[in-house]
Design a protein around this ligand. Structure first.
Ligand SMILES: C[S@@+](CC[C@H](N)C(=O)[O-])C[C@H]1O[C@@H](n2cnc3c(N)ncnc32)[C@H](O)[C@@H]1O
Length: 247
């Protein structure tokens, strides 16, 4: 099933102003991805850096300190997200590319990086190969199967069709990464938990992040039913895969 990218873009456009007050896990994940890069690839001193799905710019905010001399290119599908990033970052040494990372043609970069954006492409494996081949170092984090399983279970328990997302398994991803035969690679997984007072709060959270997308349409009546039925606290888990490859 193909992703409705116009709809995803609209959700992130609308969430651009609320994203920074909401995206604590995304910030932690960005920090962890860069820590892994520095720890496991200490020889990575990139002149050019491309951040895919940069959002409001968490990755470049951190990387500016680590690599103040580098030239940055920031990509996103959402123009409003790029506008938020532009407000934070010095204009010198930064260029912006609005567009879908899956179809956009990019120049070769020393480092290509992407934090929690690759779940929004149709063909994850093809996208990983594309950016591995366009860089010396490719560092990314993406969501794994099991992410938000607690939320999907609430729908199933209520006999309602759950939101549909496709996330890869760690073994499948690790196998694919190995098949690219990188000269060196590092992979790790991490779980991040969040607790919400009730179902309505979690729905508001997804909307404020721009992540309120499902492959199939969820009728408002189903969402209202879930809000009515499910008034307890909800713990949801992000399962995140961190990976860095060098050629
Ligand atoms: C969860 S946010 C992560 C943002 C940022 N990397 C961070 O660490 O906070 C996902 C971002 O990817 C962007 N995005 C989604 N699909 C994309 C695509 N196909 N090409 C480029 N950007 C995309 C969204 O607009 C959004 O800004």
């Amino acid at each position: 099933m193909k992703l409705a990218k116009a709809y995803i873009q609209r959700n992130f456009d609308r969430a651009s102003a609320s994203y920074d007050a909401t995206a604590s896990i995304q910030k932690k994940s960005a920090t962890q991805l860069i820590d892994c890069l520095k720890k496991h690839f200490p020889t990575c001193h990139p002149d050019t850096i491309l951040d895919l799905g940069t959002g409001t710019g968490y990755i470049p905010e951190i990387l500016f300190y680590a690599f103040p001399e580098s030239k940055f290119t920031l990509n996103d599908l959402s123009s409003n997200m790029l506008d938020q990033a532009k407000k934070k970052l010095p204009s010198k040494k930064v260029s912006y590319i609005l567009g879908d990372m899956e179809v956009q043609d990019f120049d070769f970069h020393d480092l290509i990086i992407s934090n929690l954006a690759l779940q929004w492409v149709d063909d994850l494996y093809k996208t990983i190969r594309k950016f591995y081949e366009k860089s010396h170092f490719f560092a990314f984090s993406c969501l794994l199967d099991g992410t938000f399983s607690e939320w999907f279970k609430i729908f199933i328990d209520a006999s309602l069709p759950p939101p549909i997302h496709w996330y890869p398994s760690r073994p499948a991803l690790a196998h694919y990464i190995g098949s690219l035969q990188p000269s060196k690679y590092f992979c790790d997984t991490c779980a991040f938990d969040l607790v919400f007072s009730n179902a309505a709060d979690f729905m508001k959270y997804l909307k404020a992040l721009g992540a309120n997308y499902s492959h199939q349409h969820i009728p408002i009546s189903d969402l209202k039913n879930i809000i009515k039925i499910y008034r307890d606290t909800i713990k949801v888990t992000y399962k995140v895969f961190f990976c860095i490859l060098s050629r």
